[in-house]
Design a protein around this ligand. Structure first.
Ligand SMILES: [Zn+2]
Length: 411
């Protein structure tokens, strides 16, 4: 007999959590370390205790519910995501992964299935990064990407510190915020993109997370009068910028379907309609899930920028603003999720995450994999974010099956 999660209970829990910080337009505003975040955490902790879990809180406010296994010494299975939202966020981003984990534990507890490994559910602090930058901070501290002190010193727009706000809501715990041993870490999440919906696929078997590079490209020429100056006598930075921008898009197209190129910002100086500009500053965002391909895209972009600026007599500066290396998930766990989806009869496909997730950090210290379910119109970070109860239940069923497979591989 195949054990299934309780779809109604999962949906009811999601909707109850969505009441905390509910916005008039049907979304959610439960930003990290606010009163709403505290209220959400309190409910989650109460639900966990009722399901038979022990609760522990670490120094940066990450909450762990532990459902004991028969072998106390065996490395546990971790399920995690985040309960915080954007200011105009939706009801499912992050929350689904946490409550799907809770639903797995509730199902295990009520059905009396023995688990050999303990199952832990993590709610990571400040995944969204909208109140305290950077994003994925709580899991980042545990992974060792950031120090605890770095997290404590983050401030919001009003100048309130992370540590003071953590203390204020009563979630500054004593558990050291560092990596422990886990057999596996799973994160279920809405896709936040349109691919599953467009292909009418229920389960996304996530193989990894895209890597990204951010650059500012500065092209400096000579500003002059738009009327009297003959075209051949100009050093107009646009002459290098236009082929460069086209070339950057062509790089993404050449590495379809996963290559991405975005020119999200542009500054023109002095910014006068009858003056050839002296300077352009162009933001370039390049992404790909494969490290070698991404590095190749970056090298090609740099070459093109050099070549075009030299050809048009333009001074070139390229500043790297940020880099997120690609994350490849654990092949064994990816296969396990694929098999669970197949055995349960759900349509499924391999997919790459375009957004960052806590799993990016957990992959640094534990074998990690993710499960995606479709969201309506691919919409996320939006109050209208939506997902079907059936798809959410399907994802949680795949999660349950994958978790049980690793939890009971020891006897
Ligand atoms: Zn999320």
């Amino acid at each position: 007999m195949t054990v299934r999660i309780n779809a109604d209970r999962l949906w009811t829990s999601l909707m109850a959590m969505a009441e905390i910080g509910a916005t008039p337009r049907g979304g959610c505003n439960r930003q990290a370390l606010t009163d709403e975040d505290k209220a959400g955490r309190d409910v989650f902790v109460a639900w966990g205790r009722a399901a038979g879990c022990e609760v522990s809180i670490d120094e940066v406010g990450n909450v762990f519910l532990r459902y004991a296994g028969r072998h106390a010494g065996a490395d546990p299975v971790l399920i995690g995501s985040h309960l915080d939202t954007q200011a105009t966020g939706g009801r499912f981003d992050g929350v689904y992964g946490v409550l799907a984990g809770l639903e797995v534990v509730r199902t295990v507890a009520e059905s009396g299935i023995a688990v050999n490994r303990a199952i832990e559910i993590a709610s990571w602090t400040n995944e969204e990064g909208c109140r305290f930058a950077p994003a994925m901070l709580g899991s980042g501290v545990v992974a060792g990407t950031y120090t605890r002190e770095f997290a404590y010193a983050r401030t919001d727009k009003e100048g309130r510190r992370f540590d003071a706000e953590l203390e204020r809501i009563g979630y500054r715990g004593t558990l050291p915020a560092r990596a422990r041993r886990y057999r596996a870490m799973f994160e279920a999440h809405i896709e936040q993109g349109p691919i599953l919906e467009q292909t009418q696929t229920t389960i996304g078997v996530v193989t990894g997370i895209q890597g990204a590079y951010w650059f500012d490209v500065t092209l400096r020429g000579v500003s002059c009068h738009a009327g009297p100056t003959p075209m051949a006598a100009r050093r107009d930075p646009w002459r290098a910028a236009c082929p460069l921008i086209e070339g950057v898009f062509a790089l993404a197209t050449a590495h379809a379907p996963w290559g991405r190129a975005t020119i999200g910002d542009l500054k023109v100086s002095p910014g006068s309609r009858n003056t050839v500009p002296e300077r352009l500053v162009i933001s370039v965002d390049l992404r790909h899930p494969d490290r070698d391909v991404l590095e190749g895209m970056v090298a090609a972009f740099r070459d093109l920028a050099k070549q075009q600026s030299a050809q048009h007599g333009i001074e070139l500066g390229i500043e790297q603003i940020w880099h997120m290396p690609p994350t490849a998930f654990d092949p064994e766990l990816v296969t396990l999720i694929d098999r669970a989806a197949a055995e349960l009869g759900f349509s499924h496909m391999e997919i790459v995450s375009g957004a960052g997730h806590d799993s990016l950090h957990t992959a640094q210290f534990a074998p990690t994999a993710m499960i995606f379910v479709p969201c309506t119109g691919g919409l996320s970070h939006n109050e209208a974010e939506d997902a079907s109860a059936a798809d959410l239940a399907a994802g949680a069923d795949v999660l349950l099956r994958a978790v049980l497979a690793v939890a009971n591989e020891v006897d």
